[in-house]
Design a protein around this ligand. Sequence first.
Ligand code: NAD
Ligand code: ZN
Ligand code: ZN
Length: 400
Amino acid sequence: MKAAVFHRPGKISVDDVPDASLKDPQDAIVRVTATAICGSDLHMYNGFIPQVRPMVMGHEFMGVVEEVGTGISKLKVGDRVIVPFPIACGGCFFCAHNLPGHCEYSNIEKYGPEGGLLTQKGGGMFGYSDLYGGYDGGQAEYVRVPFADVGPRRIDSSLADDQVLFLTDIFPTGYTAVDWGGVKGGETVAVFGCGPVGLMAQKVAWARGARRVFAVDLEEYRLTMAREVCRSETINLHQQDPIEVIRELTEGRGADVCIDAVGQEAERSMWERIANVVHLQVGSLNALRMCLSAVRRGGVVSVVGVYAVPYDNFPLGQIFDKGITLRLGQAPVHACVDDLLQWVETKKIRLDDIITHRLPLSAASHAYDIFNRKQDGCVKVVMYPGETGEAEAKDLAGLA
Ligand code: NAD
Ligand code: ZN
Ligand code: ZN
């Protein structure tokens, strides 16, 4: 089968690999009909998440069940499903506590309570390095889905793939960011990052009744999308100081809730790059620092952008002085996806209007490149595998 394979940082190619096959009675094989590239994939692509051996990428995918193991009772061959990105057993302590990302049985080798740099991670994820279970991902014609009675959700309605695909990751992630922010109605919400996750968070903030939504980025074309698609008030951090602007617009106090939808790959200066080398650190705390300054006293900073390494000079004193509540982590997709599917089915929210590129899987290498370098107006890429993928991508691109 064809699959987008990670070889080394910066090198992903579409290769012929052995077909996905059942390995456990609780597995299913899904024929992938649509798959997207996530900002998290870029952490692997850019070498921030280490991976030595080649691996099939991709954790945002959906498709049709092709084969089921003998232990599967809920899924049937022919079911059309979306598949949440965390792999969870459904039966352990953490699964019982609605924390699928911390499942004790989906990442046996590398799992542990410590959450260290290169050891003791949480549960497994599709196509996200050997640290997270070593599972092949869904940027492929077929994918093996473990614990297939637990994760996949059947889509019975006539909604197109593009309308439901983001239920696998970025929509639940944007939702989680807002939910952790405690948005109930009437709040000012500032979202840092207008990538796919930040845009989803902005949509959800409105849906939860926010009074004002501010959106910060440095890419003008992404800010344009935030204005046009999400109705947000935008701030380009290359033109204005977002902290000053947000304080001015909130009577000097700061936003009730700040969301970090950027993570460790935030833009940073040459000085920071040099300081990183001196301190043996990678990435940047810039986005999080801005959130901590832009939030009001007693407010909430909700972090869904990924931070994978320790940092010196963490502003603990500021967090204490302002009495900030900090929430961080991976989105518990299984815990919210059923409600969110209802949001889509009842048209409370629209997801597919952030897609800028519809491509066949064969274009994966190019797709990674433009998404990573923010070229060609790229905000979100969806790829269509299989024989029909090429034609389907063309048809859908014509509709975009
Ligand atoms: P993306 O890389 O497309 O978006 C990041 C955006 O942040 C870009 O538009 C970039 O221009 C902007 N940016 C960079 N520095 C900034 C700064 N200092 N202030 C404001 N904006 C800045 O990625 P995405 O798909 O939107 O994902 C965003 C983050 O969310 C990534 O770190 C990704 O790994 C993470 N993520 C987390 C979860 C989770 O479960 N917690 C799930 C999905 C994605
Ligand atoms: Zn993701
Ligand atoms: Zn579990």
